[in-house]
Design a protein. Structure first.
Length: 212
């Protein structure tokens, strides 16, 4: 199974990606500001379910291939790293976009629809797709076997962290709207820091190899 060192390393890398405001976080923030805490937390649950469906898909579809092919692993890693850098550059250039989430006006929706829309955002999040396809396989110990099970376990770690962090974003947005809304600069700093973090993560993924 996954060693403790790999598990903690993956958790650290996952946390760095999760704290960067991306499509899912912006969606949660928008719901928190427009509809309140309950809608935000329901969105987070749906988002997490969607993200874990991606884990299952990657584990079943990519795990067996990565287990046998170093070339496939390398291509996925480099492609994923390049895309993470691209997302980081775009986040930096559009760092003022967070303001739109804090000033948006959305109609009230029922709990099931809110859950479903959160699920749709989670399963279609490009940042999460790239991370699971390109980064997650690096932390699998092929020598231990059970590659699919290892991926499912690591994916669970990611989603538990995401559930906690996204919930905090939603709660913070619902309680701190006035403070953020008074200063567009504060929102820009959040977006800019997130973009730089994502660029650094992409470079790290490209430079990191894996034995096994």
């Amino acid at each position: 199974m996954v060693s403790t060192d790999r598990l903690f390393a993956f958790a650290a890398v996952s946390f760095l990606l999760i704290v960067v405001p991306g499509p899912s976080v912006l969606f949660v923030i928008g719901r928190a500001l427009a509809q309140g805490r309950r809608a935000a937390l329901t969105t987070v649950v749906g988002n997490t379910l969607g993200a874990y469906l991606l884990v299952v898909a990657v584990a079943l579809g990519v795990g067996s291939v990565v287990e046998r092919s170093v070339l496939v692993f390398t291509v996925l890693k480099l492609a994923g790293a390049a895309y993470l850098v691209y997302l980081g550059v775009r986040a930096w250039r559009q760092r003022g976009a967070l303001r739109a989430a804090f000033t948006g006006d959305q109609p009230t929706r029922g709990g099931r629809r809110t859950l479903w829309e959160g699920f749709a955002v989670g399963v279609a999040n490009p940042k999460t797709i790239v991370f699971f396809a390109a980064v997650l396989p690096q932390f699998v110990d092929r020598a231990q076997g059970h590659v699919v099970v290892q991926m499912l376990l690591l994916g669970l770690v990611f989603n538990v962290l995401a559930l906690a962090c996204d919930s905090l974003w939603g709660l913070a947005a619902s309680t701190g709207r006035d403070w953020f809304a008074r200063s567009p600069r504060r929102l820009s700093l959040v977006g800019g820091a997130g973009g730089l973090t994502m660029i650094g993560l992409g470079v790290s993924v490209a430079a990191t190899g894996r034995e096994g």
